[in-house]
Design a protein around this ligand. Structure first.
Ligand code: HEM
Length: 421
């Protein structure tokens, strides 16, 4: 991914988090629905753009991808300002862009969902695009119904429910990346488990969305428990079948964020069973924590891997970065919702994290570029051995393409040379 698109995404994602705290800094801040800017700039604008870029699979972002990014920003602003006619029209145009990319890469009818021979990562990929285009059309229909036609009255049928709706395509594309890094096992049981994971997650999120609309709390607990079991199965499959590459660390950390997402989400549903405890304070804190862990934890892990997909391994100490990531998502951001000082620290730390993820030099840039001062400092601080890294780049790209692990002696020889894995 070129530096221009990476910088655009970095600015978009940091601005999104900034809007998540803006209610603390403007008078009567809670009168404004900054959440629409916060969540739509992250999941629809940044996330949607990355999903299309990954699907087109060309280094330079196409006009179509950039058009999606700009229009999605316009959609988020129109939805925030409650200018609904343009928001509806833009949503339909965005859906058409997504569908044009999906049909070009796959087919009009998602036939590969039903082909047992089709790779599961391709099924997740197409499901992500389909979920995004259907979500966009549904959001336009919800605006049309709620603001103009008023034909259906469902309390949960709100534009804000697409905070969740537009997040699912990012989960599905992160799952697609994970399954693309799993070894192709001829074992029948593994093949079945991979396909069961696909159907459990895709049908699970659709049914869950339906039960939220119908406010069926008991069924929400049932379906989200099944979803959580599917997440644990996928974590097991990825841990055992995933090839040893640097991306694996981020995606495993992402999966743990997803487990946290499920725990906070199910806790939120259970809290709704006890009106005495379901106070605005308790529910707000849990939902905020859920949103931070799911979007800035799980989704960001997947999106970071997609944005640097061609560049791995990248020049960074992934364990330190992963620890920094968790600190921001679990501590700084949730406290930031209630305290201006932590809000500023959280946005600053998050921007630094994005800068490191998006700007750190990758394997495709090792040899021919002069080392900048920042990099020299990073190499010195993190004791990074560049020669080992370029060898490692070759080994990892081989193992990704061959989906096989490196010979032990290569790994052993280098294991103590750098603990940046
Ligand atoms: C098993 C897993 C999950 C459970 C149990 C769960 C549960 C919930 C519940 C109960 C809500 C509140 C819905 C409402 O009544 O309005 C919610 C909202 C939300 N969920 Fe999840 N969810 C899960 C997975 C996810 C995932 C994977 C993502 C993102 C990738 C996500 C992102 C969100 C967002 C952004 C909101 C809106 C938060 C807000 O309004 O501030 N959730 N979730």
């Amino acid at each position: 991914m070129g530096i221009r698109l990476r910088s655009t995404l970095m600015v978009l994602m940091s601005t999104a988090l900034f809007f998540g705290f803006l209610h603390l800094f403007v008078p009567n801040g809670s009168d404004f629905n900054f959440e629409r800017l916060h969540i739509f700039l992250f999941n629809l604008c940044s996330g949607g753009t990355i999903v299309l870029y990954y699907t087109e699979n060309v280094y330079k972002a196409s006009v179509r991808v950039m058009a999606f990014c700009v229009l999605a920003m316009a959609y988020a602003i129109a939805a925030f300002l409650k200018i609904y006619i343009p928001a509806m029209m833009i949503a339909v145009v965005l859906a058409l862009i997504v569908e044009s990319v999906r049909i070009e890469k796959f087919s009009v009818f998602p036939i590969n969902f039903f082909k047992s021979s089709a790779p599961v990562h391709e099924k997740f990929h197409q499901a992500s695009l389909l979920c995004l285009s259907i979500g966009l059309v549904m959001s336009a229909m919800v605006i049309l119904n709620n603001e103009y036609l008023k034909l259906i009255t469902i309390r949960k049928l709100q534009l804000d429910t697409f905070f969740l709706g537009f997040s699912f395509p990012l989960s599905l594309i992160s799952m697609s990346v994970m399954f693309s890094l799993m070894k192709e096992e001829m074992n029948r049981l593994i093949h079945i488990l991979k396909n069961v994971s696909f159907w459990a997650v895709t049908l699970g999120v659709i049914t869950f969305f339906g039960f939220i609309m119908a406010e069926q709390l008991a069924w929400q607990v049932v379906i989200t428990t099944i979803l959580t079991m599917a997440v644990i199965l996928i974590l097991y499959l990825f841990k055992t079948l995933g090839v040893h590459v640097q991306q694996k660390n981020f995606l495993l950390s992402g999966m743990v964020f997803l487990l946290f997402t499920a725990i906070t989400g199910i806790a939120y549903i259970i809290l709704e069973f006890f009106p005495a405890y379901y106070t605005p304070q308790a529910s707000k804190f849990l939902l905020k924590l859920h949103a931070f862990v799911s979007l800035y934890g799980w989704n960001l892990s997947g999106l970071a891997v997609i944005c640097r997909y061609r560049d791995f391994p990248i020049l960074l100490h992934s364990e330190k970065i992963i620890f920094f990531h968790w600190l921001i998502v679990l501590i700084l951001a949730p406290i930031g919702v209630y305290c201006r000082f932590f809000a500023v620290i959280a946005v600053f730390a998050y921007t630094v994290l994005l800068y490191i993820i998006f700007s750190t030099r990758g394997s495709s840039e090792f040899s021919f570029k002069r080392t900048t001062t920042i990099e020299a400092l990073k190499e010195y601080l993190f004791k990074i051995n560049k020669n080992f890294l370029s060898e490692e780049a070759h080994r990892q790209s081989l193992s990704v393409s061959r989906k096989s692990d490196p010979s032990d002696d290569v790994w052993e020889n280098n294991i103590d040379d750098s603990d940046w894995r």
